[in-house]
Design a binder for this molecule. Structure first.
Ligand SMILES: Cc1cc2nc3c(=O)[nH]c(=O)nc-3n(C[C@H](O)[C@H](O)[C@H](O)COP(=O)(O)OP(=O)(O)OC[C@H]3O[C@@H](n4cnc5c(N)ncnc54)[C@H](O)[C@@H]3O)c2cc1C
Ligand code: SF4
Length: 597
């Protein structure tokens, strides 16, 4: 066998696997489809000694490095589009998977979703976990939190324009509410109005700051040492999903690089641009086949007695579906029970007071609703400055029937003719940030646009399959008609009513895919399931410790493929109605404890 263990992917579950395997002194190979992404900025006053230098290390090891887009205007947006992964751009950071009823955004790079996520870290409610049959309790979540803070950095609540001294409680600033970021305060105030309108009690619709995996400066107290050691902290630049230029987000690429890869004694080898195709059982272990894009996409194989799949929900479903086609017997449940965690989004355009969505972390606060026995969450979300010009125009444009139809017609004609669309009818609306006469800042372009994110309990009944070797995702009945999305949209309408000015046209505007450019299509950032945990192979794909059921046994058996594990979001058996990474971490720690027992 070439290694003691192979880990596929470098996201949340995979990094937990690497850390636990390395602690046991195993020889580990990590195969990651993407490459390294880092900040082009350097610190004016770096700590002494400075942290190890990624670009130099990567150059010595033959790893390509890419840099986050910098500009805050149209050039930045063009850079961002150039970062989308496709066949001609294997290194692209953003994977935008378009299925019939949903589009899913995920990451491709060392660090997985941590490179582009909003950093919100949340423990789901026990009742929700019980409903989906996920056996994780307070002690597992405490362990996940401890792992997160020890391996990545402290969690912080960042809802204010300036860092607060550790003595202040960001949940309640008393009469200094002006310190809040404007959108955090707007969500809090609108929540009170929605509560009153719906006759809900305080406990049924509670506003609170989110805990974020971001370094914050504290004048004193816990966390102070962290910013002093790193010489950096959150500067409220509102672009966490586009790469934090000041390196304040606690992304997993740094955990892997500084914690394991720079020190060869830790026994961890990472190959970037290595796309795993399938896994095959061989004597005493597994053979993993992958395409090596550092070597013209040549197909290669590598073996180990233990394999940990952490390629994310889409990646792991695809690898296992292909592995089954290649002869690895797996449960018939493979690919079933996909959940989008009830992800839903929308806008309020024309807020009565400025909400300045370009400032502050992506999500800063949330309102936790309990309505008719169901949990629903509504959050504020940033609009990064580089997208402000386009977002400011598109949300207004698509809410006007005439302009919307003209826009769609032009896009259709351009698509048929394979030409660039003539958007001149809209040009007066499109601010040109390169024209000094158009002197609005990016922040002003969207100052009155509030971007909402929502989560809830969907029915977790999407189904993955392989069609012509490509992953497909379908539902028996249209997923957009599931009641949860109507419930969240109802709340967004109420929030918008509470926030909007009395100007004509001010109010709720749906996401363009939900209504406008398409109808009833969902945008998903929390894909879960397909390899769900269950008590036996008739009900799921892995057991409670992430061990993969052996499909060669009769359905309902509990025999597993020894040494084959899934450690990522694909095992989560339904919506958790919380940002999922703490749950993924907790489950991965549980899986690793079993694997290394
Ligand atoms: C915009 C956005 C915001 C989000 N915000 C939050 C948030 O605030 N809080 C939160 O908890 N969650 C958030 N999420 C969700 C979170 O990012 C995911 O739930 C999480 O990353 C999933 O972790 P994972 O371990 O399943 O795998 P991932 O983090 O998805 O990592 C999978 C890795 O595997 C690699 N890979 C895939 N296929 C292959 C292959 N065939 N071979 C080799 N490597 C492969 C990928 O390149 C990637 O590096 C957000 C997601 C997005 C897109
Ligand atoms: S808000 Fe800006 S500075 Fe703060 S973590 Fe996000 S990207 Fe970094």
């Amino acid at each position: 066998m070439d290694y003691d263990a192979i880990v596929v992917g470098t996201g949340f579950g995979a990094t937990v696997a690497v850390s636990r395997l390395a602690e046991r002194g195993k020889r580990i190979l990590v195969l990651e489809r993407g490459t390294w992404w880092t900040t082009p900025e350097t610190l004016g006053d770096p700590p002494d000694p400075p942290p190890p230098d990624l670009p130099s290390w990567a150059a010595q090891n033959g790893h390509p490095v890419q840099y986050w887009p910098r500009p805050d205007h149209l050039d930045g947006l063009l850079d961002l589009f150039a970062s989308i992964r496709h066949e001609g751009n294997r290194e692209g950071l953003y994977v935008y998977s378009m299925f019939d009823e949903v589009n899913v955004l995920s990451a491709n790079g060392v660090g997985g979703g941590s490179l582009i996520y909003s950093t919100a870290t949340m423990q789901p409610e026990a009742a929700v976990l019980e409903q989906i049959g996920l056996d994780l309790g307070d002690s597992e979540f405490a362990a996940a939190r401890e792992w997160t803070e020890a391996n990545r950095g402290l969690l912080n609540k960042i809802v204010t324009k300036i860092p607060l001294p550790a003595s202040r409680n960001p949940d309640d600033l008393g009469d200094e509410s002006f310190l809040y970021l404007d959108r955090s305060r707007a969500l809090r105030d609108a929540a009170a109005a929605v509560r009153a309108k719906r006759g809900l009690g305080e406990d049924e619709a509670r506003w609170a700051p989110l805990e974020l995996a971001i370094g914050e400066y504290h004048e004193s107290g816990a966390g102070n040492e962290e910013s002093r050691a790193a010489h950096t902290f959150c500067e409220r630049q509102g672009r966490c999903m586009l790469g934090c230029l000041v390196q304040a987000t606690h992304s997993l690429d740094r955990t892997l690089f500084r914690g394991y890869l720079v020190d060869p004694r830790k026994g961890v080898t990472l190959w970037p641009l290595a796309e795993v195709r399938h896994v095959r059982a061989v004597e005493s272990g597994y053979e993993v086949s992958f395409l090596d894009y550092r070597s013209d996409g040549a197909e290669k194989t590598v073996t180990a007695p233990q394999v940990f799949l952490g390629a994310g929900t889409l990646g792991t479903n695809e690898i296992l579906l292909r592995s089954r086609e290649q002869g690895l017997p797996l449960s018939d449940q493979l690919g079933q029970r996909f959940s989008n965690n009830g992800n839903f989004a929308g806008f309020c355009v024309g807020t009565a007071r400025p909400v300045q969505p370009t400032r502050g972390p992506m999500n800063t606060s949330h309102v936790d609703f309990h309505i008719d026995g169901r949990q629903l969450i509504i959050e504020d979300c940033a609009i990064p400055a580089m997208g402000a010009g386009v977002a400011g125009v598109v949300v207004r444009l698509l809410d006007d029937w005439g302009k919307r139809e003209l826009f769609k017609g032009l896009m259709r004609m351009a698509w048929t003719a394979k030409s660039v669309p003539d958007l001149s009818p809209f040009l007066p609306l499109i601010p040109d940030p390169t024209d000094p006469r158009d002197d609005r800042t990016e922040m002003e372009m969207v100052a009155d646009v509030f971007f909402f994110n929502g989560m809830g309990q969907d029915e977790a009944n999407g189904r993955f399959s392989l069609v012509d070797d490509e992953l497909d995702l379908k539902w028996e009945t249209p997923v957009g008609r599931q009641p949860v999305f109507g419930q969240i949209e109802g709340l967004l309408r109420d929030f918008s009513e509470a926030m909007a000015s009395s100007e004509p046209g001010a109010g709720y505007v749906p996401m363009p895919l939900w209504h406008g450019l398409e109808e009833g299509k969902l945008s998903v950032t929390h894909p879960l399931g397909g390899c769900r945990i269950a008590a036996n192979s008739a009900e799921g794909v892995v057991d409670a410790h992430g061990r993969v059921y052996d499909g060669a046994q009769p359905a309902g058996a509990t025999d597993v493929h020894p040494g084959l594990f899934v450690v990522d979001a694909s095992v989560i058996p339904g919506a958790v109605v919380a940002h999922p990474t703490l749950t993924i971490t907790a489950q991965a720690l549980k899986t690793m404890a079993g694997a290394l027992a």
